[in-house]
Design a protein around this ligand. Sequence first.
Ligand SMILES: Nc1ncnc2c1ncn2[C@@H]1O[C@H](COP(=O)(O)OP(=O)(O)O)[C@@H](O)[C@H]1O
Ligand SMILES: N[C@@H](CC(=O)OP(=O)(O)O)C(=O)O
Length: 449
Amino acid sequence: MPLNIAKFGGTSVANIDAMSSCAHVVQNNQATRVVVVSAAAGVTNYLVQLANEELTAEQIDAVIASIEQIEFAILSGLDSPPQVSVKLNELLNLLRELAFHEEILHRPDLKDAMLSLGERMSSLLFAELLCQKGVQAENFDARKVIKTDSDFGQAAPDFSLVASQAAKLMKPELSRTVLVTQGFVGSDEHDNTTTLGRGGSDYTAALLAEALDADSCEIWTDVIGVYTTDPRITDKARPLPELSFEEAAEMATFGAKVLHPATMVPAVRKNIPVFVGSSREPEKGGTWIVKDCKNEPHFRALTRRRDQVLVTIKTPSMLYASGFLQQVFGILARHNLSVDLVTTSEIAVSLTIDNPPNSVRARLNRATIEDLKQISDVSVEEGYDLVTVVGNNMHSSAGVSSQIFESVRNYNLRLICYGANPHNISFLVASNDSTGVVKELHRDLFEGE
Ligand SMILES: Nc1ncnc2c1ncn2[C@@H]1O[C@H](COP(=O)(O)OP(=O)(O)O)[C@@H](O)[C@H]1O
Ligand SMILES: N[C@@H](CC(=O)OP(=O)(O)O)C(=O)O
């Protein structure tokens, strides 16, 4: 019997109507035996607020009330037995306890316990909805299987442990019941709750697909596939029927929010096709992400990643010196920052760092800058976005770069990264320009066909 893992994102489980569409999707595919759900849309943002912001008691109450409103609205749409509302209230009590915990702003373990609650509530409610629709389904605690390190907020899974736990605890159940589990959530060796980073439910689905040797992994969301660019940027964007693993990984890494950047890693390891489609309009089909595509166009898609910070580190002692870059990257690694673009000159190195709001962990912080200042002059510029052209053989084909640069000739490109791999060309532009840059590129590279 083939096995499919279906993941439903936040907008797909935002309310009872959206959840009902997801239930249909599950019912229509007998192979779907594992369902991964995200928190209802908006809930994780509220939880991040409670975990990271200094709020008054009234403000905390107001945020909790907003979460309760979302969860109770779903509950009221269910014809649910009393034990579901008892369990939901237990989770909400835990939320209240953590929100008012005096150490919540300083303890990453408590933050992750809090952040997990959105997924724990939605999986409870979705499992119940499936049962009411006549599907034999059970809520399953992902923390028993998604074993990770203790890097709270961005925990890394231990693949072999995930595989052995899934084989032991999930596989034997699948002939009996559909398991509805939480995306984004795991646990470390001491059974502390961990989370995989924002958007991490896609990653959970791919990890379980790998661990359970699934035949496919479906990512159900609010768009009918992966588009040539974010359809919110231009209504000319069009869905792609097919993408390669490499192209999808580049798109995810460089900002296509529809997929978490790590999603493709387990899929590639086991060559598992990944489908992206809309849970509201499943009949419209979607994008299949596969190992080998029928064609490999130079230009496949455009992505934009917002909230980039440009850090320039400048020191005359870099001239003819060795070991300076090592020092810089050592400091960034100590502060857990990952760098995207890097350019160097004789006495300066510029690099970009992701600095999104609503991140689980503070990204660029004062302490990092202070440490960098110990070895050099540092300037920090905010207000940039990274625009990336994703495609194939871009570094080895004549005319590719001239087409791109001709298209954006009226914009100031602050930093360009070209040819580090054959699948992308990236440049940093002022945030105010990025919509225009993507639209122009889209028109010139994708709308003439
Ligand atoms: N290339 C792209 N193709 C499709 N959607 C994209 C792309 N880039 C960004 N997106 C955005 O990703 C959104 C879906 O991701 P997300 O909001 O995280 O969904 P979910 O809550 O289902 O996980 C879409 O609504 C769309 O605006
Ligand atoms: N709820 C988590 C994990 C996630 O993947 O959500 P979504 O599938 O809605 O992007 C978040 O908001 O980050």
